[in-house]
Design a protein around this ligand. Sequence first.
Ligand code: NAP
Length: 384
Amino acid sequence: MKKLTMLGFGNIGREFFKKIKKKKIIKNILVRKIKKYDVLFIKKEINKKIYITKFYKNLEISKIIVETIGGDKTYKILKKLINIRKINKIITANKNLISKKYKNIIKLSKKKNIKIFFEAAVGGGIPLIKNLIYMNCVNFYKIFTIINGTTNYILTCIFNGFNKKKSFKITRKKGFAEKNINFDIKGIDIAYKLNIIISLLYNYYIKIKNISIEKLLIPKEKIIFLLKKNNFLIKYVGEIIKKKNIIDVSIFPIIINKNSIYNVKYEYNFVLLKSKKFGKLFIKSKGAGRYPTSISIVSDLFSKIKNKFKNLRLFCSNRIIKEKIFILIKKRRMFNFYYKNVFKNIIIKEFKKNTYIITKEFLDSKRIFFFNKYFYKELILRIK
Ligand SMILES: NC(=O)c1ccc[n+]([C@@H]2O[C@H](COP(=O)([O-])OP(=O)(O)OC[C@H]3O[C@@H](n4cnc5c(N)ncnc54)[C@H](OP(=O)(O)O)[C@@H]3O)[C@@H](O)[C@H]2O)c1
């Protein structure tokens, strides 16, 4: 395994460090301010020094970067590093960066041939991104989700009898809340995550200002008492509805029954995806916290997706063909390849009636090396 450079050593970075320190693949760690206890801890664990980000020029940066700084300022830092060093792979937990700079990142990654992984950016430990990539040929018309662990933790505390101040304090102490809790309460964090989901499922980007966001207002104790008495709870949810070419995104607090499947507690999140043909997909897991989030980063780090297939998607206007490819791939036990996003840029054109070919753009690209001739031929023949 190649060595890596870590950016940031906070809540998530530190946990990630603990998980992989024994593998001896950390080349260096860059932080904003050097803290004595971090220096001692790192020295003791891996006998390495810790450096300050702004002095990156004098450092030997690895080809793999794990970014756990947060915020979109990291884009500038990453860009600088990319310009001075050959970077192969960037793994980030930063939804802000991926959502706001999605187009720039895709462009940059294609230009510089960099793989970008961001499983941890949406829903912490929920294996969502990989599933969305795998499912991007399914026409989901509705996504309903609790995808912000911070507000879910706060609301759980409040309905467990803590006041607002104490609930915020506990959530912060547990490491679920980031420095600016307003991002969570005002729905911005959810908006970023929904935007990433939209980009992956529909290849579309929605400006945050076009998302209907209702801030989470913590009700007075009297109201909470009444809700609890009647077996009701408040949850802060996000919803994406796609009707033909219109994507409607909203974020709002709702009242749900205590026994509803949507009643996920504490840092747990869920994502419900609905499709007319595929049916429902419900994923629930821990959506925040250093442990599940760092697990997602580690999983991205050891993911074996080939560089050539990054950030591409399956473009195909004909749904039936798309589904047939999908079945064929599964039958040929190419499931793993599909899962790893190999088939994202197969552009299909009609050759004769009911016979389809993979276009020149695809053949011209080096990506073909993944398919042996036999498979390729069969693919053309069988898609009828
Ligand atoms: N916490 C969660 O449950 C959770 C869940 C999913 C995803 N995430 C994402 O994970 C990322 C990290 O979150 P976190 O909770 O670990 O945040 P954090 O505890 O605030 O850690 C951020 C770290 O980055 C450092 N940093 C800030 N500016 C820097 C710079 N210019 N160069 C190098 N280091 C810099 C900070 O140092 P200082 O302390 O000196 O500022 C701090 O050590 C964020 O993108 C967040 O959205 C977090």
